[in-house]
Design a protein around this ligand. Sequence first.
Ligand code: FES
Length: 118
Amino acid sequence: MTAPSIPAMPALPYSGLRLSKEHLLVALPVAVVAAAGGFLVSHYLKGRGCKKSQVNTCISKDSPKVVHSFDMEDIGTKAVYCRCWKSKKFPYCDGAHAKHNEETGDNVGPLIIKKRDA
Ligand code: FES
């Protein structure tokens, strides 16, 4: 008795992807280096993006640090200082924080210093 003949399987289309051990030994380190490089580049670019979120966008930008100093005796009974960096009268508050809060959903406001009985 003879076994029934099995029809020949049609040839699968050639996928073009045949990796030998040697290919993998080269491709794996290249992939690891590329992934590490991509991570470092994205990390670097993310760090550079922080400058876009600076608080101070226009006041004394030529100075490395914006500092104001007042003597307590000169303040009088009440002083209102800007903390949003949007005031045209910086360092004093001119109410610009209200527009900033409305546009951004932020909740910043001034620092108010006053004498206790004022
Ligand atoms: S304008 Fe900046 S806190 Fe008022």
